[in-house]
Design a protein around this ligand. Structure first.
Ligand code: AMP
Length: 348
């Protein structure tokens, strides 16, 4: 690794089981880019981002260990990359506050993720009173400040490490643009300090569709979990929504969610053959689903086994996160020291 080695950082929120959208949209790239040897890599368990929705300490602890196990099981080698937990590096929240004083409310109101959350909440509104009576958390029926501020904390996550590239799915593109804007705002106000990061988004897998055809997402309940058992895979695939074309009618592969998922697991030659079968009406949606179940099961089985093996030694996982935190703190605290100096809050 040389001084010109580029820095890569990304993260996933520990909010529940990751799905194949997370994997193909982001996590697979983590492994490929780490193994390319071209980057100094930081992979974060974004627990303070998860806190926007996870409000139970036991659940949070479990999700954190689970995600660390997932990282290891997909092949992120802790000897090569820094695997750490966001909350272990307090510079993230400290820098987010500094950025909060530079960023305006109307700017954050333009964020897609904020607008999507507003839409979700507005859709609930007729039921809001009933939900409140059921004592659901306020954050479920009103937007919380953490969700509003999400892009600011994410900018801090990225900028603290002089990150060059951030591999993410399409839904995070705007957040990386926000990080660039915020870096420029700071640099313009206090002087050059932060590097402008770039998003790394793979076009083909930028948005993996879920079983209902919308973006695959834990919040839409339309996922195929990454470490699922065979029964869960079967149930998820069989529930996939299609049009009503009969077995021997020609079908359009480019407008079918089953075909879109086949793309993730199939070689180009095999995919071309399948596309022909669709167009000629020689395959039914049911047969296409059965084929897909086989492919996904074959792909997931070794990952699931590796994860089960790792799960036998959770203490080792905690040690990896502790070591990662030390390495991340060394870099982040040094950067924060520079920030404090530039804004004038350092001791003379
Ligand atoms: P999250 O679970 O929101 O922390 O997302 C972790 C990563 O997975 C982010 O880089 C997202 O952009 C990516 N991601 C989430 N859902 C999808 C999807 N359906 N297709 C592609 N990438 C996704």
């Amino acid at each position: 690794m040389t001084s010109s080695t580029k820095i890569l950082l990304s993260g996933v929120k520990p909010t529940g089981r990751p799905h194949i959208g997370n994997y193909f949209g982001a996590m697979k790239q983590f492994v490929d880019l780490l193994n390319s040897g071209q980057y100094r890599c930081y992979f974060m368990v974004a627990d303070y981002h998860a806190l926007n929705t996870v409000k139970n300490s036991q659940e949070m602890r479990q999700h954190i260990v689970d995600l660390a196990l997932d990282y290891l099981a997909i092949g992120l080698d802790p000897e090569k990359a820094v695997l750490f937990k966001q909350s272990d590096v307090s510079a993230h929240t400290e820098l987010a506050w500094v950025f909060d004083t530079l960023v305006t409310v109307p700017y954050l109101q333009r964020a897609h993720a904020y607008k999507a959350e507003l839409d979700r909440i507005n859709a609930l509104n007729p039921k809001k009173e009933a939900l409140l009576n059921k004592k659901v958390g306020m954050y479920e029926v009103e937007i919380n400040v953490g969700t509003f501020n999400y892009p600011v904390l994410m900018a801090a996550d990225i900028l603290l490490y002089d990150t060059d590239v951030v591999p993410v799915g399409q839904d995070q593109k705007q957040h990386i643009e926000y990080a660039r804007d915020i870096a420029q705002k700071f640099n313009g106000t206090f002087g050059e300090l932060f590097k402008l990061p770039k998003a790394l988004i793979l076009e083909d897998v930028a948005t993996v569709p879920g079983t209902d055809g919308r973006k695959m997402s834990k919040s839409y309940n339309n996922t195929i979990p990454l470490f699922a058992d065979d029964e869960t895979i079967k149930k998820a695939v069989m529930s996939m929504v299609t049009d009503s074309k009969g077995a021997d009618e020609p079908k359009d592969p480019e407008h079918d969610t089953i075909f879109a998922i086949h793309k993730l697991f199939t070689s180009p030659a095999e995919l071309a053959k399948l596309a022909d079968q669709y167009k000629q009406g020689t395959i039914s949606y049911k047969e296409s689903k059965e084929l897909l179940i086989q492919k996904i099961s074959m792909f997931i089985a070794p990952l699931r086994e590796r994860r089960a093996e790792l799960q036998k030694d959770v203490a080792a996982v905690q040690k990896i996160l502790e070591r990662g935190a030390e390495q991340a703190c060394a870099v982040a605290n040094a950067k924060m020291k520079e920030v404090r100096k530039m804004i004038g809050v350092d001791s003379q």
